[in-house]
Design a protein around this ligand. Sequence first.
Ligand SMILES: O=C(O)[C@H](O)[C@@H](O)[C@H](O)[C@H](O)COP(=O)(O)O
Length: 261
Amino acid sequence: MGKQANLYSFPSVDTLATALRSYLISCQEVGIERHGVFKVGVSGGSLPKTLAQALLAPAKDESDKVKWESWEIFFADERAVPLSHKDSNYFLLKKELLDKIPEGTPQPTVHTIDESVLDDTQELADRYEQALVNSFAARDSVKLPIFDLLLLGCGPDGHTCSLFPGHELLRETEAWVSPIEDSPKPPPRRITLTLPVVTHSVRLAFVATGGGKKEIMKDIFEEGKGLPCALVNEATGERCSWFVDNAAVEGVSYPKRPFSL
Ligand SMILES: O=C(O)[C@H](O)[C@@H](O)[C@H](O)[C@H](O)COP(=O)(O)O
């Protein structure tokens, strides 16, 4: 078996955010080196807040700078609601992070869903896939879009993006972006990157904090149980890093590593 996912555990969200910042800068530099931009997919939940804590902190020096103008931000999943709706992942990211990027700083490019087709989730997914095609290369010339980094959350049931345990979407092999009409977690209508796109990312980082996560972390890291987060771990190995706090992995026997780049 190849190398396994890295599990980094921190005493607090503050120390986690500091390490996450270094990791993000390192991924940013690899992306810029690779193709002149940094293509990153983000999720909702508590992630935007932790990201803001990591990214809005002042740079320690030149090599620690967030080069916002090179960031191309996509959504790993999005709810089929208007962009100004409280359930929108874009709205959340805007409120927590984008609106707080200081004025006068070059801004990132952000790819939102097309609000004009909210009543048709297949069309919503197709248009978002087209945005990926336009950004990454024509669909017929690449099998899959390869993100520089995906920033993911882990639900209490082991879901990530809008890929839920046991759902037929886990078997999708063709589409890059799929609709889902029956998300067990509300709101039910969403779009999501599919598992092949997720697992082909250059790097992946999960952020999971709080004692409420420890049971599902045991399931993911000790038994797998076919949970979406475990499937991602198994498919991506050492390309995948988990940034967690100690409370989230209390009692989890999987070896934790000291954080290093
Ligand atoms: O799909 C959703 O409805 C949520 O956005 C979800 O995917 C979230 O990312 C996880 O549940 C982790 O949430 P926390 O980061 O808040 O623990």
